[in-house]
Design a protein around this ligand. Sequence first.
Ligand SMILES: [Zn+2]
Length: 150
Amino acid sequence: MPKRQRIEAAHFVDWIDEKSSDLVNDAKAFTWSSMCGHAVVRLQGGRHAMVRGGTHGISFSLRPSGFTDPFGESLSVPFVVVGLQPIGIEQLIFHTHPFPTGPSESDFKMLEMLNQEQSIIQEICGPEGGTVFYRRDRDRKEKSSRAPKN
Ligand SMILES: [Zn+2]
């Protein structure tokens, strides 16, 4: 195990062709050589990008969306900086772990932030084909969305 265990904000690595059949293998190879988690994300505008985090995960920087939820809380959107331009992240297609650890706390948070039901983790020495994980607040969200507005 490395001594420094870091979760780092996503850094843009490269644009990718989402139809490439080697995408998972490429991401795993990057992960192996750097020992940092990598993610494939869909950005606003529809293009796909590879981003890199730290040895123990990827966090996404947030900026205000300008919108509020039904309870008046201001909503934030995750983004990654490409060149000098921040571009919003729409979907986490999959991400890698350098070690087979299962989904982390920040992985579940990412699904919540992206309003996404599920995603896939590809772990070095983990199950072939990856591990699907689901957001945990589904039940709570369904209940709160049925709550009467005041
Ligand atoms: Zn993760």
